[in-house]
Design a protein around this ligand. Sequence first.
Ligand SMILES: [Zn+2]
Length: 310
Amino acid sequence: MIAGIDIGGTKIAVGMVNDAGDVLARRECPTDAPQGYAHALENVRRMLHATAQEVSTRITGIGIGSTGPVLPLTGEFGDVTFFPNWKGENLVRDLSESFQVSVALENDGDAAALGEASWGAGRHKKRLIYVTIGTGIGTGLIIDGHLYRGVDYSHPEIGHQLVDPAGPPCVCGFSGCWESVAAGPAMTAWMNEQAPDDYPHGRNLSAKRICELSVAGDELAIRAVQREGHYLGLGLANLVTMFCPDAIVLGGSVMKSAALFLGRIRQVISRSCSLVPFEKTEITLASLGENANLIGAARVWYHRFQNDGA
Ligand SMILES: [Zn+2]
């Protein structure tokens, strides 16, 4: 039984994942970063014991997916925006000492990509790109079952590719990177900018609410959705042109409204990718649902220690 740990900016989830990719027991708690790393480590240990006990099993390995940057080969946290005070702490070392099992860590985009590639919508795809669109845009690139890594084992930040130089500035240094124009908060920001003072639905609407209003026929929300589809399409078209993957798997909270965007996305791709066989790249939705990150975290262990690729 492999334990998966998903570490995000707001919460940490832990689960027991069997060898078919099913989550048999699950706990979560707030990340509570200001309380410090030791506090979070204690919470993780407690949740691991509780979930293992719930299904009467012994943990045989632990996989971790974390918001980055992280150092996958040493197991350390890097300069993570959400918990800068954890930098240099080593969850891989600490958990392998506590539980006496092998432990592996990856960026959460890479973890979810491994999950979808093995147990989800990306099964049997040789070249797969996973893209999650929520409060940010995370990605993972898998070739023949193996994670693509950059120099010094770095994780490519495809969510920060430039798609509109006139767009807003981002922490990465670009103005108008994909995340800054197409993640959920970009929809909110655009609506705030465009809505007249007497706009009846208020300010700071979530991406989900904007999608609902668009379905209900609100003109401004419809434009916001079209704009979102356009920018999602531009970023994805770049991926199709550069990598010609077998499939791009889309997940994340914004993609819960995928039906509103897919038409526009496909239109942008077919208009922009004429030099590659774009029609052979399957654009599909993630299939592992709410537990995708947790299941992916468990898959991190298989990828590292069984190197099975499948
Ligand atoms: Zn950026």
